[in-house]
Design a protein around this ligand. Structure first.
Ligand code: HEM
Length: 442
């Protein structure tokens, strides 16, 4: 068994670095819900439906991507065991270019506006490639035995590769030269994006945060040492295998087995945790792991029963399970640990020996608010899945639930950041009266 690395917090960047990403991300999911309300059941009519492509990227890049970029910016100096140079400038650059690029990409895709896509190409491309390079370069300094650092580096390489493929596909939309291999390239792009960038990152981060935040035993050393690298190699091998269906199925089955091992191990560790009190983040993770297992089972079933693969509901089901069920559940759950903890930590380190009282994490983000939002999220997930079979009656309720869940998430993050601003104001006031001297000016 490997020991979980503890986070050394003296390396932490200013709180504005991750918060600006966390405050923007839910707005993209709310926009995706509005797009679904506007399009209605037609949204899922074809995988090439422009509005569906727009909605997909509002979630994968806007919601999931921005949150993950913010979380990495927070964790990077800690995982690399060295402070990042000019973190506020790097965050401002990546966040501004990234947000602008995502808005242009999604508007351009959803409303078929080639001009917006021509602007999206360099803006979004530079934000994501700059970020991927920053992560890979910074992590060169990480300890060789830090498995989270290794996985994070592989995930960043996958982000770079996904972005390059995405930009190639996008150039089709922007300039109208339709590539022959559009479908094969799109399949590789979405597999690298969802399994490589998102999947490997979640795996690597969970080695660190699941034992720390959910008080579980550590992941077995065999998994932490090999799993992320193995999945990375299998994903790379998919590129030359695109013309051999048999090889693709073999690689896909191995990938499915790898992700199933991760999900089952995570569920087992969580059942062995030391404190048995209910925990919202734990439930989000359980929902995420069950969705991942259902996606794996569905993919395997479609290999055995080809009629399933042909069914119109197959791709939307897989997409909703992977994006809303797996990735968004885990991300949402993590935000409820990261955000209150960061607010508490930054206030605590600024208040000095006799500054104002700092609220604890439960006061910063009350459990009842997080729990209510969690039920809304799972209700939205269930109704989105059901809407694939009963589009006429369930698409609109599903869109409303999904929008409401993300609005509530956004309000919860705002609440925590307001608490930071309020107490920070008191700390500054008190230090002005000589009562407390801020220790870290962040
Ligand atoms: C620079 C970043 C990105 C760009 C420019 C981009 C662009 C595109 C384009 C143009 C398509 C449509 C392909 C076509 O119509 O020929 C597409 C599909 C897709 N992309 Fe991206 N993408 C990016 C990042 C991502 C990421 C990070 C993810 C996942 C985490 C992702 C997930 C998907 C999915 C799931 C589809 C397929 C939708 C479907 O088949 O219905 N993309 N992307």
């Amino acid at each position: 068994m490997s020991k979980p690395a503890s986070l050394s917090l003296d390396q932490a960047p200013p709180i504005t670095v991750p918060l600006r990403f966390f405050l923007t991300a839910p707005l993209f999911a709310i926009t995706a819900a509005l797009l679904l309300l506007w399009q209605g059941p037609d949204l899922f009519s074809s995988r090439w439906n422009p509005a569906l492509l727009g909605a997909t990227h509002l979630l994968t890049l806007g919601h999931m991507g921005l949150t993950m970029l913010g979380a990495i910016m927070q964790m990077l100096p800690v995982v690399a065991s060295a402070p990042m140079r000019r973190p506020a400038l790097a965050a401002a650059l990546v966040h501004t270019l990234g947000t602008g690029g995502i808005v242009l990409l999604c508007t351009g895709l959803a409303f078929t506006l080639p001009l917006a896509l021509k602007f999206a190409l360099p803006i979004l491309g530079s934000a994501l490639l700059l970020f991927a390079a920053l992560v890979v370069i910074t992590l060169r300094r990480a300890m060789p035995h830090n498995m989270t650092a290794r996985a994070m580096r592989l995930a960043a390489l996958m982000l770079g590769a996904t972005a390059l493929l995405g930009l190639t596909l996008l150039s089709n939309h922007a300039f109208g030269w339709w590539l022959q291999s559009r479908e094969a390239l799109t399949n590789l792009h979405l597999t690298w994006g969802l399994l490589g960038w998102v999947g490997i990152l979640v795996i690597g981060v969970s080695y660190q945060v699941v034992p720390m935040f959910l008080l579980t035993p550590p992941y077995p050393a065999k998994i932490t040492r090999w799993l992320a690298a193995l999945l990375f190699i299998l994903l790379l091998a998919l590129a030359p295998a695109s013309h051999s269906p048999a090889l693709r199925i073999l690689l896909g089955s191995l990938l499915a087995a790898g992700f199933a091992v991760f999900a089952l191990t995570t569920l087992r560790l969580q059942s062995q945790r030391r404190r048995k009190q209910p925990d919202v983040t734990l439930n989000f993770w359980r929902g995420g792991m069950i969705s991942l297992l259902l996606a794996v089972a569905l993919w395997l079933a479609a290999r055995v029963i080809p009629a399933l693969d042909m069914a119109q509901s197959y791709n939307p089901l897989l997409g909703v399970l992977m994006i809303v069920g797996f990735a968004m559940s885990v991300i949402n759950g993590m935000l409820y640990k990261i955000v209150p903890f960061l607010v508490w930590f930054h206030l605590q380190s600024r208040r000095g020996p006799s500054g104002p009282k700092v609220p604890n994490v439960r006061e910063i983000l009350p459990e009842s608010r997080a729990r209510g939002q969690m039920w809304l999220h799972f209700a939205a997930l269930g109704s989105l899945l059901a809407a694939i079979f009963l589009p006429a009656s369930l698409t609109y309720p599903a869109a409303l639930l999904f929008g409401a869940s993300n609005l509530w998430l956004w309000l919860n993050v705002i609440l925590a950041s307001r608490t930071y601003r309020r107490i920070n104001g008191l700390i500054i006031e008190a230090s002005g009266h000589g009562a407390a001297a801020p220790q870290i000016m962040k």
